[in-house]
Design a protein around this ligand. Structure first.
Ligand SMILES: [Mg+2]
Length: 201
């Protein structure tokens, strides 16, 4: 079977990167890591957060968003990312019987590829599909593969689950990332697990 893994929040713990970048761009914020992620996991957007807690104007929100997008994938901030525990040996075994892919909504392909190599995952995936924020994960996968419902997508967001459902493949939500279990349940994934290493394929 083919297994499509999301990257951030699924294979990589990207939460420290996002939290620290938020604190950098909003120095007046007193949010702890836990405060920030509680709000984000309940799907509070940055726009809501900035207008509600920091009284940002539309202009300030736009400036934040633009700075966020330009910094979020720079090596300085990516250095906060860590592979979740046990991912590498788990994927090493899984790849013996299945075709593994990464599908990510990152903006920069070369940087994503380098990071995958730097965290020790070189040679695990048959390919890495990057939307470059110009297309959808769904289109990248659909245009390239013949799929059946024995193929899987594994991700930490509702969008990943919706993508899998539209492609007619099986869907697995992981709780290691950006959304709470309550939020993920609303997308009705086929299975929900705490993290990727609990996949039982
Ligand atoms: Mg993700």
């Amino acid at each position: 079977m083919k297994i499509f893994f999301d990257l951030d929040g699924t294979l990589l713990d990207s939460k420290p990167r996002l939290y620290h970048l938020f604190q950098f761009l909003v120095p007046e914020s007193k949010f702890t890591f836990e405060n920030y992620w509680k709000l984000k996991q309940d799907k509070v957007s940055h726009r809501e957060l900035l207008t509600k807690y920091f009284e940002y104007s539309e202009e300030e929100v736009a400036k934040f968003t633009s700075e966020w997008m330009s910094l979020i994938e720079t090596p300085e901030w990516l250095s906060y990312d860590k592979l979740f525990d046990g991912i590498k040996p788990f994927l090493d075994l899984l790849k013996q019987n299945h075709e593994l892919y990464v599908v990510t909504a990152r903006q920069h392909e070369a940087i994503a590829l380098r990071q995958i190599k730097d965290v020790g995952l070189a040679g695990i995936f048959k390919d890495v599909l990057v939307t470059l924020q110009k297309t959808e994960k769904e289109d990248l996968i659909r245009n390239r593969f013949e799929l059946t419902n024995s193929d899987w997508i594994i991700g930490d967001t509702g969008k990943d689950i919706e993508t899998g459902k539209r492609l007619g493949i099986s869907t697995c939500a992981v709780l290691s990332g950006f959304l709470s279990k309550e939020q993920l349940l609303t997308y009705s994934p086929d299975i929900i697990i705490a993290n990727v290493t609990l996949l039982n394929f």
